[in-house]
Design a protein around this ligand. Structure first.
Ligand code: PMP
Length: 403
């Protein structure tokens, strides 16, 4: 039984990725920059990984810079864009639903005045006409994610990529949630692309950034102090984790037949429909929009989302409140805000994100648990008859809210 419904936060290391990690750690742990034979073998493994990843993404391997994950990659893109912008007049355009590592980097390097947050529709998809209007010169970078981490809504990144190419504006796509869940076709054609290993069965703390063929400005270095990654990011490469990442992406990508995606979408849609029928007043966010097959965002009919989460946790189910505020007092989710959800609803959202192995039976078990929690909250009585507070069984409650 699969009760983990927080895949968009992170995934466990896949068995194949673990084996790849162990093999490199045991046999090829040498520094790829050293000059003796064993180090040369490590270097060859590193470049093989780059090639394999290039094949999976459909891009030249030289464009890949290995990083510590998507946060670092997203940060680097904005630093690079800021350095490339000759005049201080350049603006950056991002969608209103980007991950904080995009949003806050954009603010840091361009300031509020030069940052344009493009609107999304009520379904959470980028308003392309707003982008077209803004693409009128003086744009240093456009950044639009491939799939949203909270709602799972797919963004029209192909259309954005093509519009930007026509306008001669660099485009960055944060594909952290897309990769491993949907085919990578065409993503390698984005001038800048971000990926993160732990979102598809690879290890945490590893990811990559794709840069344009020319690598951006010749003097660009995200981290300085060493010649690694073609001088674009100093620091000894974590070859074991890189090998595990590439293995995990290969493994996940091999599953992604049309039939697989269709079946998984149908399971999630079945859950959405059943949940709506069995829990009166429950809403699904953007049910008609194209979404990641593993993700659904609910607005619960009553009671703060944390109350639901703690009770589900006690029943063994791991779910998330997304980035939404649980108390309703501070830091409401900017994604929900951009989609026009009112403040009251923001405190009642719940993100469910299944895994590759999640079956309809797993969704059905979650549904039953949700129904139990709903009955319990409505009656104010715990199953078993006791009234009062429910305590978390999780050893570290804060980890339940991590993104
Ligand atoms: N972008 C998106 C869309 C994400 O979902 C995440 C992880 N929540 C990140 C970036 C950051 O990834 P990492 O954990 O690799 O830094």
């Amino acid at each position: 039984m699969n009760r983990y419904f927080d895949t968009n936060a992170t995934t466990p290391l896949s068995e194949a990725a673990r084996e790849a990690w162990l093999k490199i750690s045991e046999k090829h742990w040498h520094n790829p920059s050293s000059l003796y034979r064993e180090a040369g073998v490590a270097k060859r493994h590193l470049e093989d990984c780059r090639e394999q990843l290039g094949d999976l993404l459909g891009c030249e391997p030289e464009r890949i810079v290995f990083t510590s994950g998507a946060t670092e990659a997203n940060n680097l893109v904005f630093e690079l864009a800021a350095r490339q912008t000759e005049t201080k007049a350049g603006r950056v355009l991002i969608s209103g639903v980007e991950h904080p590592s995009v949003r806050e980097s954009a603010r840091k390097w361009f300031g509020k005045e030069r940052l344009v947050e493009l609107p999304v529709t009520a379904d959470g998809g980028l308003d392309l006409s707003a982008l077209e209007k803004e693409l009128n010169g003086g744009v240093a970078l456009v950044s639009v994610m491939a799939a949203n981490n909270e709602t799972g809504v797919l963004q029209p990144w192909e259309a954005v990529r093509d519009l930007c190419a026509k306008a001669g504006v660099p485009f960055h796509c944060d594909a952290a949630q897309w990769l491993g869940k949907l085919r990578a076709n065409g993503l390698g054609d984005c001038p800048f692309l971000t990926g993160s290993a732990h979102k598809f069965g690879g290890p945490k703390g590893t990811g990559f950034l794709l840069v344009p063929e020319d690598g951006g400005t010749p003097d660009f270095a995200g981290l300085t102090g060493g010649p690694q990654e073609g001088g674009r990011r100093a620091g000894t490469e974590d070859l074991a984790s890189i090998a595990a990442m590439v293995t995990a992406l290969e493994e996940a990508s091999a599953l992604l037949s049309e039939a697989f995606v269709r079946e998984k979408n149908a399971d999630r849609d079945w859950f959405d429909e059943e949940a709506r029928q069995r829990i009166p007043g429950l809403q699904v966010v953007a049910p008609k929009a194209p979404r990641l097959w593993n993700t659904t965002m609910l607005v619960l009919p009553r009671h703060q989302n944390l109350k639901w989460l703690t009770r589900l946790s006690r029943l063994g189910f791991a779910v998330s409140t997304g980035s939404a505020c649980s108390s309703g007092k501070e830091n409401p989710s900017h994604v929900m805000e951009a989609m026009g959800l009112d403040y009251d609803k923001m405190g009642r959202v719940m993100r469910l994100s299944g895994a590759w192995a999640t079956t309809r039976e797993d969704w059905a078990a979650l549904l039953e648990a949700l129904e139990n929690v709903w009955n319990e909250l409505e009656s104010g009585v715990r199953p078993g008859g006791k009234r009062g507070r429910v305590s978390l069984t999780h050893p570290d409650p804060t980890s339940l809210f991590s993104e």
